[in-house]
Every structure is written in C-alpha cells, then in structure tokens.
Design a protein around this ligand. Sequence first.
Ligand SMILES: Nc1ncnc2c1ncn2[C@@H]1O[C@H](COP(=O)(O)OP(=O)(O)OP(=O)(O)O)[C@@H](O)[C@H]1O
Ligand SMILES: [Mg+2]
Length: 308
Amino acid sequence: MTQIIEITNLIRDFKNTRAVDELTLSVEAGELFGLVGPDGAGKTTTLRLLAGLLDITEGEASVLGFDLKEKYESVKPHIGYMAQQFSLYGELSVMENLQFFAELFDVSPTEMSERTERLLAFAGLTEFKERRAVDLSGGMQKKLALACTLIHEPEILLLDEPTTGVDPISRREFWNILTELHLQGTTIIVSTPYMDEADRCSRVGLMYAGKLVECDSPKGIREKLEGDVIEIQPEDWQKTLKVVSTLGGVREAQTYGESIHLLVDSGKRRLPEIESILKKEKLAYRSIRIAPVRMEEAFISLIRKLEA
Ligand SMILES: Nc1ncnc2c1ncn2[C@@H]1O[C@H](COP(=O)(O)OP(=O)(O)OP(=O)(O)O)[C@@H](O)[C@H]1O
Ligand SMILES: [Mg+2]
C-alpha cells in the first residue's frame, strides 16, 4: 500500500497555544481514517494544516509525495476540504454554490454540468437545486458542502465534523455517501464527535492536547479498554444503580435508557458477585451479561486515563 499522507513530528503553535504537538501519522491510500478527541484537542488545526490553510511551525508533512511546506500548489487539486463551520454562500442557490466551487477549481464547463447533475443526485438535492443555501435544512447544507468539496473529484477528502448537529437519518445518509466514496478508492480523513461514526472508520486516531495518543482499528481501540462491561437490565434501575455502583471492582457506572453498564476490572469474577448481591437485596432484573465494549466506553476510559 502507498502512503498517501506522511506526517512527522508536526507542530503548530498559535500565540500561547501548541495546537498540534509533535504529531506523527501516516495514512494509506484508500483509508477511511477517523479523527476523534475532546474539544480543543487539535483536530481542526491538523486538518487545516493538511489542507494547506495554515503554515507548519515545525516538522514535516507530505501529501502524495509532495512536501506541504514547499509544494502546496501541487497538492491543492488533489484535496477536498470541508470546514467545520458553514462554508457555503448562503445567498446563492444550491446550483450556484456548486458552480462557484467548480470555477474555483478550474473544472471545465462540460465536466461541470455532468458532475453537478451526478452530485446533486448523489446528495439527494436534485429537487432543491434552485433553493438558496441558507434556506436548506442543516443536513442538506452539509450534503451540499460535501458535494461542493467533491466537484473537482479530489483523491483525498479532509472533512471536519461534517455531521455535527445533523439528525440521525441525515447522518446515516451522509455516511452512506462517504462509504460509497471509500469503496471507490477515495482517501478520507474525517473528524467526528460521534462514536458510532468512529466505529465505521477503517482506523481511528485519538487526539488529546495536540498529540495523537492512540491510533488503531475500531476493534483495536475497543480492546484497549482495561476490564469488561457488565450490562444489567433491572426492574428498578434507580435502586439497582445505587447498589451496584459502589461495589468492589466497579470502576464506572453508566445508564443507557433503563439498562446499566458497569465497567469492572474482571467480568468473570464480578458477574457472579453482582448476581448474588442483587438477589440478596431483592432487586429483580430481566437480564445480566458481559456485554461487548462500546466505542464510547473505550474512548471515555482512555481520556480519563490521560486526565488522571
Ligand atoms: N486561530 C487560532 N488562534 C489561536 N488559537 C487557536 C486558533 N485555532 C485553534 N486554536 C487553539 O488551538 C487548540 C486546538 O484547536 P482545534 O480547533 O484544532 O481543536 P479541535 O480538536 O478541532 O476542537 P473542537 O472539537 O472543539 O472542534 C485550541 O486550544 C484552540 O483554542
Ligand atoms: Mg474542530
């Protein structure tokens, strides 16, 4: 596999902040790479550096073999960058926005009309093509922004929280498009606050305070959680939660609706203990089991460890 992006000891300083701190990462052609991390971790700064929108303070970064510091102009046509903030022209229609981005990237008129039709259909926006961008729903705006990012057919997509604030159905539609692009061979780096989205990536990088602290497949990230998760579906979750959250070996208790997830040191050891305590306390439950680890649980536990 070819390394399409190579980053070595990358640093970006703002006045008093080191937003990216000796970041090292390589991404292979065709990867769907998810970037996660708490607010202010440096995700946007990393993506903006790769998009050539910020100067590198120190370190190296190359895209398609071109050094970003010297050859940014050669890299630009190969990259599609979608910013975290609204980046469309609100007063322009859907169609005009696409045309604007086509001109910006020197897409020829014939290619443009062929591509706009295809992208409009792809994004489910054909019937809205005359509508002003400001008048679209949030989800549609995101899909239009993605369509504008795709108009010059970039090989590499840098998407900064493209689905934040979008409803679950539009989020799914957006990800269906990303999956399609991934299958066509596009390399995608996408930052996201949603753990179900991180789970759909081929690899996930966890950023914390400007550093890449973990980088693995979603499965690999989940396996980094030390301990097991016990899931209980109690009849009375409030009373049950009170009893189980303070038991030996229980590191954390979370509720999902009316089921309780306990992060314990050892599932095998604690499951029978918890069962017998619930019995003793006469707290009935519909089920209790060692459950698969969720991405979110692994993520929060990794962050807690860093903050400890
Ligand atoms: N233009 C800037 N000037 C000064 N500081 C900045 C600038 N851009 C980012 N920073 C700082 O750099 C750090 C990293 O910010 P960045 O936006 O990259 O984080 P992020 O991971 O994208 O966060 P979020 O999840 O909130 O989008 C933060 O401390 C931020 O305040
Ligand atoms: Mg950001």
